[in-house]
Design a protein. Structure first.
Length: 321
């Protein structure tokens, strides 16, 4: 697409905004009798082109990225034409409120209202034209979501599918050493006096626990941590999940072990290790709930891709880019 390349490289790399250039419009593709114009896509990708301009190392790398961006936008526009037809057949309607919201989000892509207006004028569109285009795009997306949802519901994941995926991706399910911990926490972010008071109070709480106090009940009564009402239960943690002082205690204590009063920048903690688990390999049962949605989504995505290709095959799609 020689004209687009000259336009983008000369005007953008020279520092002239697209909206200030005289753009000679042209047809980049047709879907049966419907045309996809260069101006339509330029309005869509102008903010991203500007971002590429500011980050590209040189003109050649900018041109390569700009061509890829235009090609991606063109493929999406072709699919949108096909999806819109299906949406109209399915009777999908879009509320005006949603169009308003989409338009507001689109305007946010530009540095200012003035820049948005200039780009709109450069594309030869009115605000009304843009609203119509946004409506069509939204209908197309709604149709895509509907079909993807339909395909996902139709997918049947067999036991053999689960087992094969597990075998092929065992490395992903290697389990690091981890501990299940609960805590009692008192914040202390002020001066030395505040921290001294908080620490003394935590020593009293620790004494109560050592005398047989129920950890969950004590946590609910005294802890100021976000997990207090769950009996102080933090859950499973691996190395790197906690600040160093807490991590050292958590991975040193035995199961059911209770720490001393521990200090962190945020205050004071008492940890209890509820369960320990050495590094190892998760079983299929451990990860079944993670694998099944992946397989379902992958199969649905392939069905959707095939469906889009069928729509293309039934139409006369010509690309001139």
């Amino acid at each position: 697409m020689r004209t687009l390349k000259i336009f983008v490289v000369v005007m953008m790399v020279a520092g002239v905004p697209v909206s200030q250039a005289e753009l000679v419009d042209q047809v980049l593709a047709t879907v049966d009798t419907e045309a996809i114009l260069q101006s339509e896509l330029m309005l869509e990708i102008a903010p991203r082109l500007a971002e590429l301009q500011s980050t590209a190392a040189d003109a050649a790398s900018f041109q390569k990225a700009a061509d890829a961006l235009m090609g991606e936008a063109l493929e999406q526009a072709i699919d949108a034409k096909l999806l819109l037809r299906e949406a109209l057949r399915a009777g999908i309607e879009i509320e005006e409120k949603r169009i308003d919201e989409q338009l507001a989000e689109f305007k946010k892509l530009y540095d200012s209202p003035e820049q948005f207006t200039k780009e709109l004028e450069a594309a030869g569109e009115t605000l009304g034209d843009l609203r119509v285009r946004i409506r069509k795009q939204t209908m197309a997306r709604a149709m895509a979501v509907r079909k993807q949802s339909e395909f996902e519901k139709q997918v049947v994941v067999s036991e053999s599918d689960l087992a094969q995926y597990f075998e092929d991706h065992k490395d992903e399910f290697a389990r690091p050493e981890r501990v299940r911990v609960s805590q009692i926490f008192l914040p202390a972010t002020g001066g030395a006096d505040e921290r001294a008071v908080a620490k003394a109070r935590m020593e009293e709480i620790l004494s109560e626990l050592k005398q047989g106090g129920d950890f969950a009940a004590v946590a609910k009564a005294y802890s100021k941590g976000p997990e207090a009402q769950q009996g102080g239960a933090i859950g499973w943690v691996a190395r790197g999940d906690l600040v160093q002082s807490l991590e050292e205690a958590a991975f040193t204590l035995p199961a059911a072990g209770l720490s001393n009063v521990l200090e962190s920048p945020g205050g004071y903690h008492i940890l209890r290790v509820d369960e320990r688990q050495d590094a190892g390999q998760a079983t299929l049962e451990d990860v079944r709930k993670d694998i099944e949605p992946r397989l379902r989504a992958e199969a649905a995505a392939q069905q959707y891709k095939n469906w889009i290709q069928e729509l293309r095959n039934k139409s006369r799609v010509r690309v001139f880019y």
